[in-house]
Design a protein around this ligand. Structure first.
Ligand SMILES: [Zn+2]
Length: 80
């Protein structure tokens, strides 16, 4: 399954807070996911995450790098 940073995933298992939607903060050997209900963050092995994904609810289309670049530039300008 093709998961990208910024995707909102619907998982088979619900978080104790009642939400089953997670935002992808980081992908790699492990995924970093943030609960859309309570903001709790977890690290989960890619294989385990993929097994638990029910659907991709929302995807930020084709702008995977731009927001990050803009943000770091803003921070840079602020510091200088
Ligand atoms: Zn939660």
């Amino acid at each position: 399954m093709d998961i990208q940073v910024g995707d909102i995933l619907k998982m088979k298992k619900q978080h104790p807070c009642g939400s089953s939607e997670w935002k992808v903060l980081r992908v790699g050997a492990d995924f970093r996911l943030k609960c859309m209900g309570c903001g709790h963050q977890i690290m989960i092995a890619r294989r385990q995450a993929e097994k638990n994904i029910k659907a991709i609810v929302e995807r930020v289309g084709g702008i995977s790098e731009k927001p990050l670049a803009d943000h770091s530039r803003l921070c840079y300008d602020k510091d200088s």
